[in-house]
Write a protein that binds this ligand. Structure first.
Ligand code: CFM
Ligand code: HCA
Length: 533
């Protein structure tokens, strides 16, 4: 792999080579620490899989909240492209209060760019309130809004007064950051400042009340996780934000514990909830059977209740008996194969465990837009230097809520638990990858093709933008963003679905009709011309 890497880097112009080199690691556990560059600008002209700040804010974090209408203030292209392409599923609690199938946009025109779009936005809010009657409204800005200077915060405040409804605005113009990651942060700030805690509950409604953060119900993942949690006896107050709602979110402050599935997109809220309400957060991972069992056991340890621990073990034993039997035939098909696991943020790491359980080794992995801590672990946070791009996103200074702050764990108990379970902590991807494997940040399309050609994985997992290139190269590709319209893949039943889908992609007869180009064609062709006389 070292040779492969050198070859790829050497094909770049010197300046690009210098930049890209810092974003790629060959895993070597004999080194005390391996640093990677991440969350910096993509080299202009390079084909990246990244999205923009608007995608991260409206598309990822706000979009799944079902009883709110999410207005896109901007030209229609951004709204249309982000219209439910992410497959976050939802079922309304109140009849008719699911607006996810709507695409609501101010559809800015040239005249709005010239004369300003604030009035149009205000009219649109009136119309939304009158026609759709949502429980709350969000407004997300796309690039031109920031460029022309529409004050969407003022419009939101005035509309909130007028309608007596929670209406919040997000300055998540696409250019606000180097990727969708900036949009996560902007959405986290807005939800924390103006949505979470707006409810009037003072006490949790049930024993073991928890929130699940960074779980977006793609393909129904959070339904499978909640099934198991409910069986054990947990009460899930709010999911942020899959199948989530304004109604649940506004009372999320009552939880006894916050679970964090995708830390990349939501660690800001997790931290702020701890500071404001004294609620600790626990890093969990419900992708893969081993990770699911470990997460459930860690949760039980947090509460430390004997009955809960016993019930957890009972549910795990029952689920394992069922799934292990179902996984067996798929493990036979997958055994000994290799994969690349390149996804946006946390999934590039989370899915490696599930792949391993069905017998597939990850030889290359990476994230589109993660930060150094997602690779190197949370301990590296104090060493990350802010740059002009990251300084663009305001840090909220949260203080303990005078009335509602309640320390859920004594300092003594926190220290004791921290040795046993990942409280306010996560390890990065680097630690768990095998020596000799490659870790690639913001992998581009050129590198994708070259790594596939030289390392020949049996399956490639990534997103829609690069899915078809591997297909044409004769290998299966699995989308780990939208699950190729399948799922759920989380929890116990999800692991079986995943094993089935991956096995199908190996056994489909399609591959009998296509040969990878390197099998029967020279990779380089040319003619030797006679020297000129
Ligand atoms: Fe978190 Fe996500 Fe991901 Fe993400 Fe995304 Fe996503 Fe993703 Mo696509 S929140 S970081 S911004 S787990 S949309 S549900 S699949 S890139 S790896
Ligand atoms: C986004 C959403 C996305 C895109 C997936 C893909 C998703 O980044 O705006 O590129 O295939 O999960 O839907 O990450």
């Amino acid at each position: 792999n070292e040779r492969v890497l050198d070859e790829i880097l050497n094909s770049y112009p010197a300046k690009v080579k210098r930049t890209r080199k810092k974003h790629i690691l060959l895993r070597d556990s004999s080194l005390a620490h391996q640093e990677i560059e991440a969350n910096t600008r993509t080299v202009p002209g390079i084909m990246t899989n990244r999205g923009c700040a608007f995608a991260g804010c409206k598309g990822v974090v706000l979009g799944p909240l079902k009883d709110m209408v999410h207005i896109v203030h901007g030209p229609i292209g951004c709204a249309y492209y982000s219209w439910l392409t992410r497959r976050n599923k939802a079922i309304p609690k109140e009849p008719g209060k699911n607006y996810l199938t709507y695409c609501v946009s101010t559809d800015m025109q040239e005249s709005d760019i010239v004369f300003g779009g604030e009035k149009k936005l205000a009219r649109m809010i009136d119309e939304v309130v009158e026609v759709l009657k949502p429980n709350a409204i969000t407004i997300s800005a796309t690039c031109p809004v920031g460029l022309i200077g529409d004050d969407i915060q003022a419009v939101a405040r005035a509309a909130q007064q007028k309608h007596g409804l929670n209406i919040t605005a997000y300055n998540c113009e696409g250019y606000k950051g180097v990727s969708q990651s900036a949009g996560h942060h902007i959405a986290n700030n807005g939800l924390m400042e103006l949505v979470v805690g707006q409810g009037d509950w003072e006490e949790p409604p049930a024993k073991y009340t928890i929130n699940m953060l960074g779980e977006y119900n793609i393909g129904g993942d959070s339904w499978e996780i909640e099934r198991v949690l409910n069986e054990i006896g947990y009460h899930v107050q709010a999911v942020m934000t899959g199948n989530g709602s304004y109604e649940d979110l506004k009372n999320a402050h009552v939880a006894e514990l916050n679970l964090v599935q995708c830390h990349r997109s939501i660690n800001y809220i997790a931290d702020m909830l701890e500071k404001k309400y004294g609620t600790p957060w626990l890093k969990v991972n419900f992708i893969g059977i081993r990770a699911t069992c470990e997460s459930l056991r860690n949760m039980a340890l947090y509460f430390g209740d004997e009955d809960l621990i016993k019930k957890t073990e009972e549910v795990i034993a029952r689920e394992l008996a069922e799934t292990e039997r179902q996984l067996e035939p798929y493990q036979k098909i997958c055994a000994g194969k290799t994969t690349f696991c390149f996804v946006g943020g946390s999934r590039g790491h989370h899915y490696q465990g599930l792949y391993e359980e069905i017998g597939i080794e990850t030889t290359l992995a990476g994230y589109e837009f993660a930060h150094r801590d997602d690779y190197e672990g949370r301990d590296v946070l104090p060493n990350i230097k802010p740059d002009a791009d990251s300084k663009n996103i305001p840090e909220l200074h949260v203080v303990p809520d005078e009335r509602r702050y309640r320390l859920k764990l004594s300092n003594e108990r926190t220290e004791e638990l921290k040795d046993k379970i990942p409280l306010s902590h996560y390890k990065g991807m680097n630690m768990t990858m095998k020596d000799g494997s490659l870790i690639v940040d913001d992998m581009n399309h050129y590198e994708t093709e070259e790594f596939i050609r030289t390392m020949k994985p049996d399956i490639f997992s990534s997103g829609i933008k690069d899915k078809y290139v591997p297909h044409k190269m004769g290998i299966p590709a699995k989308q780990l963003h939208n699950y190729d319209y399948s799922g759920p893949y989380a929890g116990f039943k999800g692991a079986v679905n995943f094993a089935r889908d991956i096995s199908m992609s190996f056994t489909t007869p399609t591959w009998n009709f296509i040969e990878p180009p390197w099998k029967n064609k020279p990779l380089l062709e040319g003619t030797i011309e006679k020297p000129a006389k």
